[in-house]
Each structure stands twice: as structure tokens, then as C-alpha cells.
Design a binder for this molecule. Structure first.
Ligand code: ATP
Length: 235
């Protein structure tokens, strides 16, 4: 397993947001964590990325425990995280936002090689390099946030609801891009409310409800599960 989460529990002021969550992501997989609002999906990603400090449990990445690592040191381990609010630098240009993503790499070649990949994935960004990030549409901002994360040349990309607040046409583009990113060798952990689209691209899925894993398995199996169809797919 590239990422291994064991019995992770995180609380905010004593209120438990995720409880005893265990999950794994193998190299080359797209794994989806699905669940309704407030199920704990964002807390799970924040806890893995060390933005929140778990109360119990462990996180290992490529066999190394992350438990005592400061959040700002996580990207250098090969783990990129795109949070729900994207955290772009609004006043900076698209080009500068991307450039800031490559801060981990000293060699110019290492900084520039992922740029081409980002442009191939999202040609819209290339057309808007000098535009300030705050003037991009929601979908374009999401593309920029993903692009910036790819500039760190991660082994694992964690995405928190990339489809949120985005017009349908760009949602499809982003889901397609996630698959292309995986095909390029980057493992993906995707948190989503849009279960139908995410199960289409995922290998495996975990379903969270009130902070616990209530179901997990291959994406096709989750899709066929009668409870899931009733609760999430409206069937
Ligand atoms: P959404 O899709 O709405 O973002 P989610 O599945 O990502 O939902 P979380 O954001 O992880 O869920 O929230 C899980 C629980 O933790 C919720 O009850 C939420 O109110 C609570 N919570 C999240 N962040 C905080 C915080 N910073 N302080 C206190 N409680 C929080």
C-alpha cells in the first residue's frame, strides 16, 4: 500500500468528526471516499495531510509514518493535497501560482517538466497564464489548484470535492483529467459527493457516514449495492 490509514479518529473540541477509520490506497489506484455533507470526508483528508491533528490512529505513506510530521513538510514526501477551498493566491497570475507549486524542486528542468503535463491536461490554463487567479471561473480555479499540486510532482494526489461549485461541462473535464493523471502514474485519493461520476473513474471506494466507514470495496461492487443505489444514486 502506498497510503495506509489505521484506526484514525479526529475530533474538534471533543466532538468526533471521524472515528476509527482504516483505509488503504495502492500505487496506481483511484480510490474514492464518498459520503453526504458532514460525513467527515474533508476531516479525513486534512488528518492525512496533517492539517488537523488526529486524536488516535496512524497514517503511513510509502511505509513511513507521517504522525509526527508538520503539515508544511508533507508535500516533500510526495503527497499533494488540494483542499476544498483551493487556497490559490488570488492576486497572483496563473503562471505564478503554478510556479509556486514547483518550489520543492531546485533544478529548472524539474520545475518545467510538469508544466507541460498541466497544459496538456488543462489547455485553458495555458491560454490564461497572465490572468490573475481570482478572475478565473470556479472550474478554472479548480484546474489551477490541481495543476499547482501536480507541479510538486507528487506520488499521491488527494482531491477534496473538485466538482464543487463548478458548471457541469467543466466537471466532466475534471473527472477526465483525474483519470489521465492516474494513467500518468500518480495515485489518486478523491473525496466526492458526486458518487455516480466518481465511481465511474474509481477502482475502489469507501462510503462514510457520520464519521465512520459503512461500506468499502471495488467501485463496481459499490455501484451495484442496493443500499447505495437507493441512498445515493436515487434508484
Ligand atoms: P462537506 O462535504 O460538507 O465538506 P465533509 O464530509 O467533508 O462535509 P467534514 O467537513 O469533515 O465533512 O465535517 C465533519 C464534521 O466535523 C461535521 O460535523 C463538521 O461540522 C465538523 N467540523 C469540521 N471542521 C470543523 C472545525 N474546524 N471545527 C469544528 N467542527 C468541525
Amino acid at each position: 500500500m502506498l497510503l495506509e490509514v489505521n484506526h484514525l479518529t479526529t475530533a474538534y473540541n471533543g466532538l468526533i468528526a471521524i472515528s476509527d477509520i482504516s483505509l488503504g490506497v495502492s500505487e496506481g489506484e483511484i480510490v474514492v471516499v464518498a459520503g453526504a455533507n458532514g460525513a467527515g470526508k474533508s476531516t479525513l483528508l486534512k488528518s492525512i495531510a496533517r492539517m488537523e491533528k488526529p486524536n488516535a490512529g496512524t497514517v503511513s505513506f510509502d511505509g513511513t509514518r507521517l504522525d509526527d510530521l508538520a503539515a508544511h513538510l508533507v508535500p516533500a514526501k510526495g503527497l499533494a493535497y488540494v483542499p476544498e477551498n483551493r487556497r490559490l493566491f488570488p492576486r497572483l497570475s496563473v503562471a505564478d501560482n503554478l510556479r509556486l507549486g514547483s518550489y520543492l524542486h531546485r533544478a529548472k528542468a524539474d520545475r518545467e517538466s510538469p508544466l507541460q503535463q498541466v497544459f496538456d491536461l488543462f489547455p485553458r490554463l495555458k491560454e490564461r497564464l497572465s490572468q490573475r487567479a481570482e478572475t478565473l471561473s470556479g472550474g478554472e480555479q479548480q484546474m489551477l489548484a490541481i495543476g499547482r499540486a501536480l507541479m510538486t510532482r507528487p506520488r499521491l494526489l488527494m482531491l477534496d470535492e473538485p466538482s464543487q461549485g463548478i458548471m457541469p461541462k467543466l466537471v466532466d473535464e475534471i473527472f477526465r483529467a483525474v483519470r489521465t493523471i492516474r494513467d500518468s502514474g500518480v495515485t489518486v485519493l478523491l473525496v466526492e459527493q458526486r458518487l455516480v461520476e466518481s465511481l465511474e473513474i474509481a477502482d475502489r471506494a469507501y462510503v462514510l457516514q457520520t464519521g465512520r466507514v459503512i461500506l468499502s470495496g471495488p467501485a463496481a461492487e459499490i455501484r451495484a449495492n442496493p443500499d447505495v443505489r437507493r441512498a445515493y444514486l436515487g434508484m
